[in-house]
Design a protein around this ligand. Sequence first.
Ligand code: G6P
Length: 622
Amino acid sequence: MCGIVGYTGEKQAAPILLDGLKRLEYRGYDSAGLAVRDGRALAEVVKATGKLYHLADKTDMGRSLPGTCGIGHTRWATHGDPSLVNAHPHVSGNCSGSGSGKVESDVVGVHNGIIENYGELKEKLMRHGYRFYSDTDTEVVVKLVDYYYKKYKIGPVDAITRTMVRVRGSYALALMFKDYPDEIFAARKDSPLIIGTAENAAFLASDVPAILKYTRSVYYIGNLQVARLSPGSVKCYDLNGDEITLPLTEITWDAEAAEKGGYEHFMLKEIHEQPAAVRDTLNSLVRNGKIDLTSSGITDDMLLSLSQIIITACGSAWHVGMAAQYVIEDMAGVPVRVELASEFRYRSLPMDRSTLVIVISQSGETADSLAALRLAKEKGAETLAVVNVVGSTIAREADHVLYTLAGPEIAVATTKAYSAQLIALDALAVQMAMVKGTASAEQYGHLIEEMASIPEKIARVLEDKERLQWFSSKIANAHDIFFIGRGLDYAISLEGSLKMKEISYIHSEAYAAGELKHGTISLIEKNTLVIGVLTQSRMIEKTVSNMAECKSRGAYLMGITTNGDFSVEDSVNFTVYIPRTDEHFVSSLAVVPLQLLGYYTSVNRGLDVDKPRNLAKSVTVE
Ligand code: G6P
């Protein structure tokens, strides 16, 4: 996830681009860059690592970059470290540096998205004499456009559509061509992109807030469409290069709502981004119908030689570990233990080279998780980080890294990063099962297909959110809530309970359903809410019995179960159904109603959903 902007008109471009990027910083903030040109002069590229203000300082708030046509980018690294050389814009020329300064190149571009086949395209271009200075997929696309531009000599729209036919993946692209001084060309597939028009000006951006200050008239450019922007004019084309007419839309949102994509809170937006986060993460780990972990350096031989796995993390990431433990043990028969990172450090866990220590962390900076990683390395274990922020400390220090592609998460209570971590660990479990021979080739294929169906099933769960909104209004004054389940359902209960307590401030606890009667049941009073997670068929009856024990002591019951299993409805007061899937992957679906329940309860109580009291997104103290 990155943010892109573009402007062509009569005003100075750089300050407008910086202002637009500022409003897109929520989409990424590890580096930023601008390319601006003044009439026929060559484009000048300036990049800076870190937050946007570094780029603003470097360009004297844009004043040192004269020109009325330009593009800009704020980066959330996916391919390549968050370094200067990998920062956008990227150029088509064979330059030796980082592609900054006055660039001779015919094509300069910025990109948001992921090009899946960039490796093979890079090889092709190298055979044609192109040299690469960065590790990015974007440089490959820019050079591919340049290749077609020079080969067919038909023009930018033709070069871009040929490129679109050739690349696989997602993109919102903004490109400037040396021979077209006042124009910007844009293309889109599966990544957001809007085009704005105003008198003698045209804008483009990943999201509405970036241009709202300048215009409210926008074109929503469709998938596989191209746009050509010049001052005061926008033309759109289909993949054949034929001109098409798009409707002009008037934006009515206020600026703050626009930043959240129209959602009331970042948390709700991020809950809705889960299908994309899971799909992108899974796609990065599956090639030609098989799981491919080569990007992490984890080999099948390594998986085969493992004697045990220790998963360590904090908060929700630890809950992912709790879920993964059941999946890995059940699928691959490898012993797994899960330790809170803050405890891991004070234990003398036996481990050696045949132990894989997996550290899960969204930020990659959590102090306890980092300390646990360092200890595991000291003790000679093989280490794998499952991290969302590219280039973070944990990612840099671990022997191997599996990146989740959830994009930046703003709300303190994690949702999409949790889901992306879960699918990454599921993919690891499936690969282990294949390598260890505990899954047949047929089962292996089936499991991969099941995982691929998860994003669409999450989207279906989200369609039912109004019922949860209604239910949460009834529980907004609750004093205590208990979440119970067995096995994987217990792991989901842990996350459901944390979501509830951290943003609604209602006391809640998660219990392994069978453990309730050993003390906690004494807390059940009239109308205490007990939420049962009931997705693991061989344990449902037992957990329902535990819920009945609570009901007979006055509890009010909610159950989450799989569609088609209507028996639960007879035993509980409120039932939520999730789509059917392989039971190993059901956590990815069952967690969504629980996130929504926490979210709506917090909203109903009038609390600060995105920034709950006393909490921080990234905890870098021990
Ligand atoms: C904080 C956040 C949690 C997160 C935990 C671990 O407590 O509020 O949402 O799960 O840290 O963070 P990490 O960045 O390591 O995943």
